[in-house]
Design a protein. Structure first.
Length: 233
């Protein structure tokens, strides 16, 4: 399918390294962005997460990506949306990105398949595997680009939670909340959403929740519908 329609915008993704998927929708709907003023979307792809963040906030948003066709198409998606005046899409490696001011929120659906065989498509490989942007580098750059007490919010495979969290703590982040994602009831979780803060002085306990995406009849669950009610048609 060359495009995916949401309530307030259309995402065309036929030239993007990664298509619209559940991971991006989950992060875009779950992230705490309502009070953010400056948001960075690392690895923006089609611009999906940037557009979802724009719908849920009044922030100025910058999406960056290293895949030129994705950047071109993300710019087209933004230009045709109601949020074009607040979103900029840049062709840039995060390691070479030097904005005029820090961000108070960073979002990313990072590459994460470290141990699986690389897929045959080079662009898809770069989007899905940490060979291009290792976890430690992603975390280091997020810390560099965030203001004090800024938020760093990600979606990951559940199996990567412990390692990613340990690296974040080493870098100077504290985990504020997490949501475990089950595809169906009684199956191990597949994904996890994590919300870190650039601070080592968080005294409150981590808020841990979970949701299941699919109801017993195969439809979207009540919790998933509630989370995405402002986006899915």
């Amino acid at each position: 399918m060359p495009h995916f329609d949401f309530q307030q915008f259309r995402i065309c993704h036929d030239r993007c390294s990664m298509k619209v998927g559940t991971d991006g929708v989950l992060l875009g709907a779950w992230a705490d962005v309502e009070k953010a003023q400056r948001i960075l979307d690392i690895g923006t792809g089609s611009g999906l997460i940037a557009l979802m963040a724009a719908q849920r906030s009044q922030a100025h948003i910058i999406g960056i990506d290293i895949h030129a066709p994705s950047v071109e198409q993300a710019r087209e998606n933004v230009a045709s949306s109601p949020y074009a005046s607040r979103i900029d899409i840049e062709l840039c490696d995060v390691r070479c990105f030097h904005p005029e001011a820090p961000f108070d929120c960073i979002l990313t659906n990072p590459p994460y398949f470290e141990e699986e065989l690389l897929p045959p498509n080079e662009a898809r490989a770069g989007a899905r595997h940490t060979q291009g942007l290792p976890f430690a580098t992603c975390i280091e750059q997020a810390h560099r680009l965030l203001c004090n007490d800024g938020s760093f919010q990600v979606v990951l495979p559940h199996s990567a939670e412990s390692r990613f969290t340990a690296l974040c703590v080493q870098q100077g982040f504290s985990l504020l909340r997490s949501t475990t994602i089950h595809t169906v009831v009684h199956k191990p979780p597949r994904r996890i959403l994590l919300h870190f803060v650039k601070s080592v002085h968080i005294d409150t306990p981590v808020v841990r929740t979970s949701i299941t995406l699919t109801a017993p009849d195969g439809s979207r669950s009540v919790d998933y519908k509630r989370l995405t009610r402002d986006f899915y048609l």
